[in-house]
Design a binder for this molecule. Structure first.
Ligand code: SAH
Length: 347
């Protein structure tokens, strides 16, 4: 069986030709799959009936199953636990903003980065997701939209769910190109953010693609000693190399780099940490996103006190660093990376 989700236009055209159809059938299929988003061949009414019957035998359209869905009644954030065809589960989150709807997708089943505060990495890495499985997360959410709306539209995508996207480079690139395709999801590269733990080789490679996607880097500490204790990958990707590469990324794409900084009580939230961070980023085209830690049961860390968060923000701001405290979307649901999946595994 051929999986159609994840095929790009050229692949669909080739498949159509291989099956004795004119290549414009590929365009029609593309539109059914990614613009009209139907999941059965019977709905593809402009395809010849005989070919539809043939496709039913040769091809499939796989959506993941929604096995759990948590809606935050305050802000509408909806977190989905999705089951893939092989039984693995992943998470995706729909975030509702005034400027549009954003979906946060997973790129791997599990993660091998080993960050000390994160739930996704606890069980290690099972496997990479395919471009098809990344795209299908958006399809599953479109189909399971949590509210009644005339016009459903996902306008933004963030690769910030389970997994390290740069470790799954080829499939992530294929996904990015597909989701951008104007005849399909039509999501502008400027509305796509890729979040990485800071793999230097990967950022360099991404830069060469010359796509204006926003780079987000999980920083979480202003110096190597502390960062290495929180994020083992820092040993091979130290700040004195990482920050210049991020600066280069910012300059070459014209997009400012977002640095994510989780505030952990008395670990990385002191006044001296804020000052050190301001020094580290001085002169960079950067924005800092402060995120109060979401406590993870297995991890011995607590979120910073509100006063510490405010103070930290003010110090950065006074020193001319662009900074926001992330609205805590999804706090009442298990919305931090890997938490919903993890809470399921423990049942
Ligand atoms: N591997 C990529 C993307 C997935 S993690 C990366 O590291 O950026 C997405 C974001 O969630 C990262 O910034 C990560 O540091 C953050 N995160 C992980 N655990 C968290 C927690 N317990 N509370 C708040 N944010 C968390």
């Amino acid at each position: 069986m051929i999986e159609l989700i994840g095929m790009d236009l050229a692949e669909l055209e080739k498949m159509s030709k291989d099956q004795g159809q004119p290549s414009f059938r590929g365009k029609q299929l593309f539109s059914w799959l990614y613009d009209k988003r139907v999941s059965s061949f019977d709905e593809m009414t402009n395809l010849p009936k005989r070919w539809r019957e043939e496709l039913k035998e040769k091809a499939k359209i796989s959506y993941p199953q929604v096995v759990d869905r948590q809606v935050n009644s305050m802000d509408g954030t909806t977190k989905y636990l999705l089951e893939l065809t092989d039984g693995n589960t992943i998470e995706a989150v729909l975030l509702r903003y005034r400027h549009g709807n954003s979906v946060c997708i997973s790129t791997q089943v599990g993660c091998q980065m080993g960050c000390r505060f994160c739930a996704s990495t606890i069980g290690g890495l099972q496997r990479n997701l395919t471009a098809s499985e990344m795209l299908a997360q958006l399809l599953a959410i479109y189909r399971d939209w949590p509210t009644e709306e005339e016009e459903k539209r996902i306008s933004h995508v963030v690769l910030m769910g389970i997994g390290e996207p740069l470790e799954n480079y080829e499939e992530v690139m294929k996904f990015l190109r597909l989701v951008h395709e104007p005849a399909g999801f039509n999501i502008s590269y400027r509305n796509i953010t890729l979040s990485t733990s800071g793999l230097i080789w990967g950022i360099r490679k991404l830069m060469k693609e010359e796509l204006p996607i926003t780079l987000a880097v999980s920083l979480h500490a202003p110096n190597d000693a502390l960062r290495s204790t929180l994020m083992p990958i820092n040993k091979k990707n130290p700040l004195k190399q990482l920050i210049p590469v991020c600066n280069e990324y910012g300059e070459s794409t014209g997009r400012r780099v977002t640095y994510e900084y989780i505030l952990i009580d008395r670990v990385n939230d002191r006044v001296e940490h804020a000052r050190e961070l301001a020094n580290l980023l001085r002169g960079s085209l950067a924005h800092v996103n402060l995120i109060p830690l979401n406590p993870v049961e297995e991890r011995d860390f607590n979120p910073s006190k509100p006063e510490a968060v405010t103070k930290f923000r003010d110090i950065l701001s006074e020193r001319g660093i662009s900074v926001t405290v992330r609205r805590e979307l999804g706090k009442e649901i298990d919305a931090a990376c890997g938490q919903l999946r993890r809470s399921r595994e423990k049942l």
